[in-house]
Design a protein around this ligand. Structure first.
Ligand code: ZN
Length: 251
């Protein structure tokens, strides 16, 4: 498997986690050393990293300081936490983005409690990664779209391409192309249907698609397999495996 993007350019994983997960995710735990090793051996130079559902943001911040690879920390925000904004202030420029998980937190992205955090993201020019899933009442792409419309100045990344199921991805894609929303990007973690990703690229362009493995929930090799099966043009591969996420991070 050709694991670089060509000309020795290394890839960036747009969605990984460090720390221990709750029993909901079988207490899975992978630390920084193993993460460095796995990503490095798969041809990655770095990753966008968040905590786990136990939200140990401090651990992630400590760990990435001694990392071999480069990591961009997206703070996993708990919208119900009144001290959350204060902590973001304290972490300052070590924060490269915010992450919301409406299913784990049982708080929709359109909930009033998310507003101060979205405003913070807007003020600081920080991208927002929002979990979109199958639980439509809580984590529907529709709510994520609503938030993106309300905050056109915030760059939103919809995890799992709007929901890890073909009909949800298709609906997200249709809404994005017909609504002409320019502040939304899609992460491919959780998507197993390689042909679906091809359709998304054809509809929205590779500039809107971000490689993500969800490591250690998923493994980069699984998604490199998906990428390989797509037979992408070199420039498409370069966008998906590197340039798109860099453009979102740097704004
Ligand atoms: Zn994830």
């Amino acid at each position: 498997m050709d694991i670089s993007v060509g000309n020795g350019v290394r890839m960036i994983d747009g969605h990984i986690h460090i720390g221990r997960w709750s029993e909901r995710f079988f207490g899975l735990e992978v630390g920084l050393d193993r993460t460095d090793e796995v990503l490095g051996s798969c041809g990655f130079e770095g990753a966008v990293v968040t905590a786990t559902d136990l939200r140990d943001n401090e651990l992630v911040l400590r760990e990435i300081e001694r990392a071999r690879l480069r990591y961009w920390f997206f703070a996993w925000v708990n919208p119900a936490d009144k001290g959350g904004l204060q902590r973001l202030e304290e972490w300052g420029s070590r924060v490269s983005g915010l992450k919301f998980h409406p299913s784990c937190d049982e708080i929709r992205i359109t909930d009033q409690r998310c507003e101060p955090f979205l405003e913070y993201a807007e003020e600081r020019n920080l991208p927002v990664l929002v979990h979109c899933g199958r639980w439509q009442e809580m984590a529907s792409y529709r709510y994520a779209l609503e938030a993106a419309r309300k905050h056109p100045g915030v760059r939103f990344v919809f995890a799992h391409m709007g929901g890890d199921q073909p009909d949800l991805v298709k609906a997200t894609c249709q809404a994005l192309s017909s609504g002409n929303l320019r502040n939304v990007w899609l992460g491919m973690e959780g998507i197993r249907e390689y042909w679906l990703i091809r359709r998304v690229i054809d509809d929205l362009g590779a500039e809107r698609v971000i490689f993500g493995s969800d490591y250690p929930i998923g493994h980069p090799k699984m998604y490199l397999g998906v990428i390989d099966a797509l037979d992408l043009a070199e420039n498409e591969r370069r966008w998906i495996c590197r340039e798109t996420v860099l453009s979102v991070i740097s704004g």
